[in-house]
Design a protein around this ligand. Structure first.
Ligand SMILES: *Cc1c(COP(=O)(O)O)cnc(C)c1O
Length: 410
């Protein structure tokens, strides 16, 4: 869904105004009569006559009725609002999950024989897609240290066609030098597609396209939806990359339901206030954890103990509610005792909802260009937390109980 021209406004305002076209929120004689677009459930779209039907394929444009697979105003409004979130964006495609968004973006730019450079800290299913599907498809993937910065140029060869960044990285939260990586890659070969998984920060806290990326990918399942009740993904692209992204998504038959789009649109409108609270609560808890004797290191981009903290300060406008901490010694069983003693933190995958979550993380399983634990550090046991919107005193009391259980187990 490509955007109409917009006037520059602050991001908090754009998430409120984005996608609310009068023709999607009213009737012909009362345009813009309601605030939100209704749920348009539709497979068949009807044409006035056979001449209009015939001309349909020639007007394969965003925001025009054609057939249900191309969406209807509910999906168009969400896509347009997500485009408004990312300065420098031209259009957004929606996908049935975050993983489908990642694979849809990669397939839009890769062909057999190409080389993909992927951050070693990528979301694990991105790596699995590279090692399984992409390998079979004839694409070779090479992994790079997320701290590489401009050094990425030494990895670029004449077959390199795409780079998949993710900042901060999954599980270990290294912040990458996105502008340096983009500049070095462009200098080496202007045809390389620069992709970033922007799920952690969203376009609100990291203007990824403005920093040089061509496509910003989000698992909307997380903070955009924000209520742990919908699976959804998005890719927002520049004008140069949007047409091939759209073409590939249509060829693969990607479409998302109007109900899910409506829920995501509802979530998006409060993204700014929710993220600010996740940020404040997570920071307070991260600082508290850093002072506990059971904790060796806190991996939160806004804390100096996190690799790339200076880059976070330079490029991001905020931090969200997801981070990890590394335990001082212990064992797998002691870590399990910690997590099992928590009552306010659910144990489960995903994050970005209103509720707090905790899981054990073992990055060593999915690293090949870097090592875990990092050289010189003997503490391998880490826990990832998502800090929800509960009261922080209550969450800290819960974590204190967990750390006590860890000590008793050791
Ligand atoms: C969860 C997640 C995804 C995948 O999203 P799904 O909607 O669960 O498929 C992609 N990237 C990151 C960084 C994630 O945390």
């Amino acid at each position: 869904m490509a955007k109409p021209p917009t006037t520059p406004q602050s991001p908090a305002t754009r998430i409120i105004t984005g996608g609310r076209r009068a023709e999607w929120t009213g009737t012909a004689d009362q345009p813009g009569a309601v605030v939100n677009p209704p749920v348009w459930r539709a497979s068949t779209h009807l044409y006035a006559d056979t001449a209009a039907l015939k001309s349909g394929p020639q007007t394969n444009e965003d925001g025009r009725f054609f057939y249900g697979r191309r969406g209807s105003p509910t999906q168009w409004a969400l896509a347009e609002a997500l485009t408004a979130l990312e300065p420098g964006a031209h259009g957004t495609m929606l996908y049935p999950s975050g993983v489908a968004a990642i694979t849809g973006a990669l397939l839009a730019v890769l062909s057999p024989g190409d080389v993909l450079l992927m951050t070693d800290s990528a979301y694990d299913p991105s790596r699995s897609f590279a090692e399984g599907f992409l390998k079979r498809f004839g694409v070779e993937t090479r992994y790079y240290d997320p701290q590489i910065g401009a050094g990425i140029s030494s990895l670029i060869c004449d077959r390199t066609r795409a780079i998949l960044m993710e900042s901060p990285g999954s599980l270990t939260f290294e912040v990458q030098d996105v502008p340096a990586i983009c500049q070095a890659a462009r200098a080496a070969n202007p045809d390389i597609a620069l992709l970033i998984d922007n799920t952690w920060a969203t376009g609100l806290f990291l203007p990824a396209l403005a920093l040089g990326a061509d496509m910003s990918i989000m698992a909307c399942t997380k903070y955009i939806v924000g209520h742990s009740d919908v699976m959804l993904g998005s890719v927002t692209a520049t004008e140069a990359f949007y047409p091939r992204l759209r073409h590939t998504a249509q060829a693969l038959g990607h479409v998302v339901s109007p109900d899910d789009s409506w829920l995501a649109l509802r979530g998006l409108r409060t993204l700014d206030v929710r993220l600010r609270q996740h940020q404040a609560s997570a920071l307070r808890i991260a600082h508290w954890l850093a002072e506990q004797p059971q904790v060796a290191r806190v991996l939160h981009p806004a804390l100096p103990s996190c690799p790339g903290h200076d880059l976070w300060q330079r490029d991001f406008t905020g931090s969200s509610g997801l981070f990890s901490f590394v335990l001082n010694g212990g064992s797998d069983a002691a870590r399990a005792a910690l997590i099992d003693a928590l009552t306010l933190f659910g144990i489960g995958y995903s994050w970005g909802g209103f509720e707090s979550l905790a899981i054990p993380v073992d990055p060593a399983r999915c690293r090949s260009a870097t090592s875990w634990p990092p050289a010189g550090d003997a503490n391998p046991y880490a826990v990832r937390l998502h800090i929800g919107l509960e009261d922080t005193d209550d969450l800290i009391a819960d974590l204190a109980k967990g750390l006590h259980a860890f000590t008793m187990h050791a």
